[in-house]
Each structure stands twice: as C-alpha cells, then as structure tokens.
Design a protein around this ligand. Structure first.
Ligand code: PNW
Length: 487
C-alpha cells in the first residue's frame, strides 16, 4: 500500500505547501477509504515456477504393465522385513492410470510446473538394449496432458529405480558400465521427449541412494559396502551424471539439464560473517563426493586425504566428464543438516549436535529448521556461483488425520510451509536466483521404507479407494500462489 507518509509528501508537493495545505491533505487521507493492497509485502517474483513433485516408483503402480521391467525397488520392497508392514508399491497411488485426474489436481492448485521421474525399467526393461515403445508413450501422454493444462514438465531421469537386470548382471552402481548405460538411456529419453520437455534432472538425491542404499543398507539395493567400494559407487554415480549431461545436450540441444541433489546443508548457528564462512566451508567439505566434485570438477584435497587408500580410482577424462557445466542445480531442502560455528581448530568449523528437544516433523530424521530454505540456495550461489536454482523438493510428513467431516486440517504442514517459504522469499529478495519451487509431494504416496505410514502430500490419498482429497495445506498453497506471497 502506498504509505500515508508518501501520500502526504505527494499531496504536499501538489498543493504547493503551507501548513493549511498539509492539514487538508492529512484530513483527506484520513477520510479516504482503505484501498486494496496493490503491492504486497515480501512478494514472490511474478515469473516463477510453482510446482509439485513426485517420483515414478512412489506413485505409478502398474508394475507389470506395458512391458515394464523390474527395478531394484520391486525386489527390495518384496523382501520381507524391508518395508514397514511389508507394504509394496505394486499399485501405489495408481498414477499410471489416473494421471489425467492428477494433472487436474495440479491445475486446481494453480501450479504451472510439475516435477516427475521417468522409470528407467519402463523405457529399457533390461536397462539397456532396445527401448520399449509403450514405456516412452506413457510419458508422452503425461507430458502432453501437462502442456495442454499450462503446466511445464520437469523430468527426473533417475529417482532410485535402477533396472534389476543391471543390478543382477552387472552389480549395479558398483560397475562403471552403469554410468555408460545411464547416459545412453538419458540420451534416448531426451531424443524422444526433448521437443516438449525443456528441463531434465539427471539423478535425484545421489547422497541418499548411495549412502543409504550402499552404505547402511537401509534402502535398495540394501548393500553394506566397504569404504573403498562405497567410494567407487559414489564415483560412478557422479560420472553417470556428467556423461548424462553430455548425452542429453547432444540429443536435444535446446534443453537444459542439471542435478537434483539433497545437499548437505550446513547452516550458521548465528549469521555473522565468521560463522557464515564456517558454514560455507562445512557445506563444501560435507558434499565433497557429490555437489562439490560435480560443480568443481575435482575431488577436494581434504576428501582425497581423508579417504586415503580407499579414495576412488579415477582418470582425468572421467573428472572432465563429471565437471561438465550444469545449466542449473536442483536442491532438495528439508532441513538444516547441521548447525555450524566457526572454530580455531581444524577444519575451521564445528558441527553442533541437535539438542534432545529440537522439533521434528513426522519422519524420524526430519528436524525442523525453516532457515534451511534460505541458506541452501544462498550457499549454491556463494560457494559455487550457480546462476539458476530450483528447489526440487521441500515438504514434510505430518499427522494427516481425517476429522469427523472427512477433512484433513494439517495446520502442522501449513506451519512448516509458511515458515520455509518465507525464508525462500528472503533469499530471492536478496538476489539469490531461485527460479522455481516444487512441493514434495502432490499427494500421499509410497514413502520408501515407511511405506504408506508417512504422508507427504498436499492431497490426502484414501488408500482403500485411492480417492484424492485436498488437505488444508492444498488450500494454503493455492492461495499463496494466487497472492504471490506467503499468507
Ligand atoms: C527424499 N533425510 O528423500 C526423496 O527424494 C523422496 O523420494 C522422498 O519421498 C522424500 O524426500 C521424503 O522423504 C529423503 O534423511 C530421504 O534428510 C531422507 C532425507 C531427505 C530426503
């Protein structure tokens, strides 16, 4: 709103001053009716991608249809004891059949972008060889439906569902050959969809699927590798990213591509220059095997020294490929991974433990810290000079219980969202180039090892009927998009 002070000054200028003029002007302002707010405080940019996100294995179901091959997640989820209640994703939320309805849900939110993932085993049932036309046709139908509804498709090429054939026959990410197969698959998809999909993400959350799938064994394929072997997996994964970047650009020159990584986000405990510097250095070191090597094109000395004889084996040509320039970076931001203080001792920073009562959302790992959505993008810009940033995921699991009227009044998720979005707005206002935000998730879905117990959706899914019901947070998100500011 034009401030009263400004109005007064304007009036003063117009009347040619004088105390009586001033008094008259003041009276006129006091008498004027309140106008609508033409310029909201803390606005988001008018041009911005507001979206939601999902991943193929978590929503599609239809695991045996149209020639789809098996993925490591089919095997893992059907192994007793791996998933809560031994649930599986054979049906999930059946998006494979209901995608038209679901695009309608996105439209109802007023979103203009959607991030989804392509299932590698739908396109190459054996991981390589000849493509499955019916698989690619599904994504063409999906993308065309999105575009007809004014929603820009953002496609992730790998959201953890490696073709089982590659795991069984070639030891999955333990083999360098997988990086080559991934690039071939990425190039093929870009050649087929590049006329209508203008943004591709290579791999989703390398950190999570490598460390938890190959280190602790909590996620598929459930391996607990030695430090040396784990480092080699990390190396093959970043190599896959680099080779895929090149393959995508070669197949579809007009499209943009980059990673979608859950950066380890070190947040300064107090935002003074010394702690900020410490948090930046911590972020650089803690992402050494992923974002840092991808964006700098080499492993840090600290990383190589720390890993010693277990460090990855690599060639110069591989390092060049890993460092292929990205068009943008996607970051999944759920929380501050560490609060950091500067330290006089090496390495110059100290990671503070979370206290016993630090607030959490529904997932056991999910500490709340809205400032993560400020520092994540700021780090990307200040540490690595990234010029185009997408928040590829942000959201939370919440209680999500239906009340007597069947409503889901998830004020907890609204609280979460409001505070995180305010921090993102601050980053944008300070000139950090965040170009889009994708809420995880459009609707409740198969939450990996938590199965259907933890819900992340803006839409509630009744798993008996597969009906989708908007939660309060869906209304909140829609109003925020409409108003262009946090409400
Ligand atoms: C992401 N953490 O996983 C995945 O990309 C999604 O598929 C998933 O459904 C979503 O976030 C919610 O879990 C994460 O421990 C898993 O910090 C773990 C963490 C973060 C994200």
């Amino acid at each position: 709103m034009e401030s009263n002070r400004r109005k007064l000054l304007k009036a003063l200028g117009a009347t040619g001053l004088g105390l009586s003029g001033l008094v008259k002007a003041a009276e006129a302002i006091a008498a004027s009716p309140k106008e609508a707010d033409p310029q909201p405080s803390r606005p988001f940019p008018g041009e911005f991608y507001w979206g939601t996100a999902t991943a193929a294995f978590q929503v599609e179901g239809a695991v045996n249809e149209d020639g789809r091959g098996k993925s490591i997640w089919d095997i893992f989820s059907h192994t007793p004891g791996k998933i809560k209640n031994n649930w599986n994703a054979d049906v999930a939320v059946d998006m494979y059949h209901r995608y038209r309805e679901d695009v309608g849900l996105m439209k109802a939110l007023g979103t203009n972008a959607y991030r989804f993932s392509i299932s590698w085993p739908r396109i190459f049932p054996e991981g390589k060889g000849s493509p499955n036309q019916k698989g690619i046709d599904f994504y063409k139908r999906l993308v065309d439906t999105l575009l007809e509804n004014g929603i820009q498709p953002f496609a992730t090429l790998y959201h953890w569902d490696l073709p089982q054939a590659l795991q069984a026959r070639e030891k999955g990410w333990q083999s360098r050959s997988i990086a080559e197969h991934f690039a071939a698959y990425a190039g093929y998809v870009a050649s087929q969809l590049g006329d209508r999909v203008k943004h591709f993400f290579t791999l989703n959350e390398m950190f999570t699927f490598v460390e938890w799938g190959h280190g602790t064994g909590l996620l598929a394929p459930g391996l607990k590798l030695s430090r040396k072997d784990l480092n080699q997996v990390r190396h093959h994964v970043v190599l896959a990213h680099g080779l895929a970047m090149q393959a995508i650009k070669a197949a579809a020159p007009g499209v943009k591509a980059g990673p979608a990584e859950n950066m380890v986000n070190a947040v300064p405990a107090i935002a003074t220059p010394e702690h900020i510097k410490a948090a930046q250095e911590a972020t650089r070191q803690l992402n050494a095997g992923y974002l840092t090597v991808m964006l700098e094109g080499q492993y840090t000395n600290e990383f190589l020294e720390k890993e010693g004889k277990d460090a990855p084996r690599f060639t110069e040509a591989e390092m060049k490929a890993i460092g292929t320039p990205v068009d943008f970076a996607g970051i999944n931001v759920y929380m501050p991974n560490h609060y950091v203080m500067a330290s006089d001792a090496k390495p110059g920073y100290e990671l503070l433990p979370f206290t016993k009562v630090h607030p959490k959302m529904a997932s056991s790992w999910h500490y709340v810290g809205p400032e993560a959505l400020y520092w994540g993008p700021r780090h990307m810009k200040e540490i690595w000079g990234v010029k185009e940033i997408y928040i590829t995921e942000n959201g939370c699991g919440a209680a999500d219980e239906q009340d007597k009227e069947g409503r889901i009044c998830d004020t907890d998720r609204v609280m979460f969202l409001r505070n995180y979005l305010l921090n993102m707005q601050q980053a944008i206002e300070e000139g950090i180039p965040v170009k889009g935000y994708f809420h995880w998730s459009l609707m409740d879905n198969f939450e990996w090892v938590s199965g259907y117990a933890t819900r992340f959706g803006l839409y509630y899914v009744d798993y008996k009927t597969l009906q989708r019901i908007p939660k309060l947070s869906a209304d909140f998100y829609r109003e925020v998009i409409k108003a262009g500011r946090v409400l």
